[in-house]
Design a binder for this molecule. Structure first.
Ligand code: ADP
Ligand code: MG
Length: 486
């Protein structure tokens, strides 16, 4: 285990242990047990059926589409799909929970053990265990900031389908926790089962943190509820781990509790002591039958899954010659991977990757535009790369051409033609330039010939400059060596 996985405390190193429960909203038109709409940003209480408002005598009806999306997500996490699963009532009181219980799954969830691969910055991978995925309904939302004297309740979210995805306590630092969340988001986005928009609340994380001496038993954890960005998750872990270490080093003990992350102050604060499962009086919901699947149905869904990020990454490495790091960068967003594939088609995969990752994303980010809006299409970038590959322009000159493409919207060939930027590969023409450079620097030629090898770079520079940057660098090197040798 790497050094950086430990935090140094006064009495030696501590190891951080992290497990996450992520709530991911299923991308579906209607709610888990009613036909009400789920569109984000609607007027408060405009998307509430009698079921969502928990009117007496209403019956939940399972949304088959949501069930299928949970199965697809489970398969994307290489997880066990349980052919028999059960909905339970989790009983608790909250103002935005009109039923007085949440329909969830407890002992028999729809999805069991799976795994998720973290793409580490050094190109390696690390496996994080998935404990389970279950379906449940979301609660409504309490609005405390609309009036000084009253709170309001918006039930639009009440009954929306959530997948709760629980990890094993396998993460060891905030960086890994960030990578875990991002990878999970990438996977659900590839599958289309959740839009992954954390700023709209479509994905939220409960982060469990404990510390221990390496190799020792797991410490007591605190759970930080409802953190809604990758950066906040990481900040919360850093703060919480230090808080726990300080308590332990002072001879204290950690109380298992639920905490909140204050994004303004960057601290976690106690919310309540941790409730145990038995506090919720779980029991099977008598209004709902167990879910029963045929294995053949699951197999059919599996066969129809799209290519997922890990498989795409492996293909980019094997078939297109990319490094694991470059491949991971490109597959992180499906849109980038698709763009890259269009650029790389029929071209050198590595050259295309360098151009997409460094130059294209560099100027795209500078422009502040989306990939769709940006003036450089895959065809245009491909056209530029073709001019590099057939030696019309050097890689260096291509960067100038690229900047002009962004500026003018013209394609590479047009710019090269208009500006006369074609690379000179004609050896006769290059030799002529070299002769001129040598004639103008006879003293340096003499020095070089008497053993000052370092001057070679000077001659290359002068020749390139004299050719207006258009001479083919390889040809310049070769011819210079010959001529300087005398
Ligand atoms: P609950 O739903 O009551 O919070 P779970 O047993 O489902 O309890 O565990 C929730 C999460 O806590 C899981 O992601 C698990 O990996 C994590 N976890 C369990 N023990 C620890 C620990 N000692 N330190 C950090 N995380 C832990
Ligand atoms: Mg929990």
């Amino acid at each position: 285990m790497a050094e950086k996985d430990y935090i140094q405390g006064a009495t030696g190193p501590w190891e951080i242990v992290i497990g996450m429960e992520v709530h991911a909203q299923v991308s579906s038109k209607s709610k888990l047990f009613s036909g009400a709409d789920t569109t984000f940003g609607a007027e408060p209480n405009h998307q509430v059926s009698l079921v969502d408002a928990a009117m007496p005598g209403m019956l939940p009806v399972i949304n088959a589409y949501c069930v299928e999306q949970a199965v697809r997500t489970g398969l994307g996490l290489k997880a066990q799909i349980n052919l028999h699963s059960v909905f339970d009532r989790k009983n608790y009181f909250y103002a935005d929970l009109p039923q007085g219980y949440q329909i969830s799954q407890y002992l028999q969830p729809i999805v069991g053990k799976g795994e998720l691969l973290l793409d580490m910055p050094d190109g390696s991978t690390r496996t994080i265990g998935i404990t389970r995925l279950h379906l449940e309904q979301d609660a409504g939302k309490s609005l405390h900031d609309q009036s000084p004297r009253e709170s309001f309740i918006d039930l639009n979210r009440s009954g929306v389908a959530l997948m709760e995805i629980v990890s094993e306590p396998d993460m060891r630092n905030s960086e890994e926790a960030g990578l875990y969340l991002k990878k999970l988001r990438t996977i659900v986005r590839y599958l289309g089962t959740c839009d992954g928009n954390m700023d709209e609340g479509s994905m939220r994380a409960d982060v469990n943190v404990s510390v221990r001496k390496p190799g020792g038993p797991l410490g007591t954890r605190c759970e930080i509820k409802n953190v809604n960005s990758v950066r906040f998750v990481q900040q919360a872990i850093e703060y919480e781990a230090r808080r726990q270490i300080e308590i332990l080093e002072d001879g204290g003990k950690i109380d298992q509790e639920t905490r909140l992350f204050d994004t303004g102050k960057g601290v976690t604060r106690s919310m309540r002591s941790k409730e145990e499962a038995h506090d919720y009086r779980y029991f099977p919901d008598p209004d709902l039958l167990p879910l029963e699947f045929e294995q053949s149905w699951v197999d059919g869904i599996k066969a129809a899954l799209p290519e997922l990020p890990d498989e795409k990454k492996a293909r980019f490495i094997e078939k297109l010659g990319l490094s694991p790091y470059d491949a991971a960068v490109l597959v992180a967003e499906k849109e980038s991977a698709d763009f890259y594939e269009k650029v790389a088609k029929g071209r050198d995969g590595k050259l295309a990757a360098n151009w997409v990752i460094t130059e294209y994303f560099g100027l795209l980010n500078k422009s502040g535009q989306s990939m769709e809006e940006f003036v450089i299409t895959a065809e245009k970038l491909g056209g530029l790369i073709d001019l590099i590959s057939d030696n019309t322009i050097s890689n260096r000159l291509a960067k100038d051409v690229f900047a002009l493409m962004v500026e003018t919207g013209k394609d590479a060939a047009t710019i090269v033609e208009e500006k006369g930027m074609k690379q000179v590969t004609d050896t006769g023409a290059i030799e002529k330039v070299i002769d001129e450079v040598m004639a103008a620097n006879q003293d340096k030629v003499a020095e070089y010939r008497s053993g000052k090898d370092k001057l070679f770079g000077f001659f290359v520079g002068q020749t390139m400059k004299a050719s207006g940057g258009k001479a083919n660098p390889a040809a310049v090197n070769e011819l210079l060596k010959k001529k300087l040798a005398g």
